[in-house]
Design a protein around this ligand. Structure first.
Ligand SMILES: Nc1ncnc2c1ncn2[C@@H]1O[C@H](COP(=O)(O)OP(=O)(O)OP(=O)(O)O)[C@@H](O)[C@H]1O
Ligand SMILES: [Mg+2]
Length: 322
């Protein structure tokens, strides 16, 4: 581990962001240089990779930290609602506007606005957002008064935004505005070295919450987790550790405590219709069988119709022996 990364890792940890991945740390180190500026940041990455934490980290380490950090999740709102949530409205501007409403832009004044799932913004609102970023003024819906804005914008998406630009679904000029810097958070399956430290981080949290004393994860359980594809990324890992901690009565987490089944696609070969190497399949199947039999090797060997020593040898070959 590089010394220069340690300071950054400690800072990130205070925000609940754990990583040892060198490529990600290098990227975050570059990001550190623009954290104190007003440069807009686009955070990309699959669901559950920590985009929200990172957006807050940027705000809280910037000179704007004592002002508001306003999040608006564009993905879960209709275009009409987004517009009035962004810009605000004055009483009577539409039927349900029963009073004046301050929008997210105004509430983020002097602070940071974080627009999550930005690619869900329709083309009409994309145009309006671009104008706001260029003119730095807004008017509430139905309002006359111009409000001058001073804020930073951070956006996030789990989609391939460049592809959406190419296919005309996302404005290129807006993309360039939002993407003065990009941070890409790789999926958990591409940084297996992070699984151990993140597990430990969650164990500490849930041990306290559930008054447990789980100190570690068994080799087989770790191996299962290393092989798993984690479609829900760190959010899924958190939930797996949370329920395992709540349910386990031991001091070590075993395979049967983990509510996952290895569906690793990392080794599939797209050239061959996604067929997996036999060796990969054998390992996954073994882990699956062990899980079904609560880690009991005698029962697992019986079910697989092989002797117990033979099972042991195969487990050792796959480095999943206890
Ligand atoms: N590097 C990390 N270390 C520890 N916990 C993390 C890390 N990244 C994410 N988490 C945890 O995973 C969960 C999901 O994180 P977050 O909400 O930031 O993800 P996201 O990328 O915004 O997901 P979505 O695309 O679904 O909105 C949170 O509980 C967060 O604390
Ligand atoms: Mg998010």
């Amino acid at each position: 581990m590089l010394k220069r990364h340690q300071l950054l890792q400690n800072k990130l940890r205070q925000f609940g962001f754990i990583t040892q991945n060198a490529a990600l740390l290098n990227q975050l180190e570059m990001m550190e240089r623009i954290v104190p500026t007003d440069i807009s940041v686009l955070i990309t990455g699959e669901s559950g990779t920590g985009k929200n934490i990172l957006a807050e980290y940027i705000h809280k380490n910037s000179p704007r930290k004592n002002n508001n950090f306003i999040t608006l999740d564009v993905g879960c709102l209709s275009p009409q609602i987004i517009e009035s949530e962004l810009f605000g409205h004055v009483k009577g501007s539409f039927t349900s506007a029963v009073s004046d409403h301050k929008g997210a832009f105004e509430r983020a004044q002097n602070g940071t606005i974080f627009l999550d799932e930005i690619t869900e913004l329709d083309l009409n609102l994309q145009k309006k957002l671009l104008r706001v970023l260029e003119d730095k003024v807004i008017r509430r819906l139905g309002g006359e008064r111009e409000i001058r804005l001073d804020l930073r914008i951070i956006t996030a998406t789990n989609k391939d935004i460049r592809q959406l630009v190419k296919s005309g679904k996302f404005r290129q000029d807006l993309y360039y505005r939002l993407n003065e810097t990009t941070v890409h958070l790789p999926p958990l399956r591409e940084r297996p070295e992070d699984i151990g430290p993140i597990c430990q981080f969650f164990l500490d949290i849930y041990n306290k919450q559930y008054a447990k004393k789980i100190s570690s994860v068994s080799t087989a359980a770790m191996s299962l987790m290393q092989d798993y594809s984690w479609p829900g990324n760190i959010r899924e890992l958190r939930n797996v550790i949370k329920s395992a901690t709540a349910l386990s009565k031991r001091e070590v987490l075993w395979i049967e405590d983990l509510n996952i089944f290895s569906k690793s696609t990392a080794d599939t070969n797209p050239q061959f219709n996604g067929i997996k190497p036999l060796d990969t399949l054998e390992k996954e199947y073994l882990l699956y069988a062990l899980k079904i039999f609560d880690g009991n090797k005698t029962k697992t060997a019986q079910a697989l119709d092989i002797s117990r020593p033979r099972l042991q040898r195969i487990l050792e070959r796959h480095k999943i022996a206890e």
